[in-house]
Design a protein around this ligand. Structure first.
Ligand SMILES: [Zn+2]
Length: 157
């Protein structure tokens, strides 16, 4: 059995926080970080035990479309594997049918790689834009300066 930690990793917590910042009205019924005692019994080797897994509720109406997120997160270096809607993906084995008991139709399961990614809270959903509350702060530090518009020579003359 994997040792059960008391706190989820900052990287996993960031998934839920950022999703809420981007889609404040999203449903959270199937969100999860740490396992319940029933979950531990059922899946003693779950990544939830280590704090490196997160369940994100599928709520496309409110802007959290886990089918889309499943596809996009395949290119995120932090991801160990993903499970959604009867499919499982990992870089090593690719996209295939998920045969576990829970098909994950209501939530996307994200397992995060160990090592350097535990505290990696970079945006998980960069294609959805910056969350409104964080937008101002982020744009001050990291947005590259807009290119100065140089008037065309014709206009100068
Ligand atoms: Zn899960």
């Amino acid at each position: 059995m994997k040792k059960v930690v008391k706190q989820a990793s900052p990287a996993a917590i960031a998934v839920l926080r950022q999703a809420t910042a981007l889609a404040p009205k999203r449903k959270k019924a199937s969100d999860g970080l740490l396992p319940s005692s029933a979950h531990i019994k059922q899946s003693p080797n779950s990544d939830h035990n280590t704090g490196l897994a997160v369940d994100l509720t599928h709520d496309p109406k409110a802007g959290i479309d886990c089918a889309d997120i499943y596809e996009k997160l395949k290119s995120d270096v932090r991801v160990s594997y993903l499970i959604f809607n009867g499919r499982i993906w990992s870089k090593e084995k690719g996209d295939r049918k998920y045969t576990g008991a829970n098909k994950h139709e209501k939530h996307l399961h994200i397992s995060i790689k160990q090592g350097g990614f535990t505290r990696d809270t970079r945006p998980w959903f960069p294609w959805l834009g910056e969350p409104k509350a964080l937008g101002k702060v982020i744009s001050k530090v990291s947005r590259p300066k807009a290119k100065k518009e140089t008037p065309s020579p014709k206009e100068n003359n």
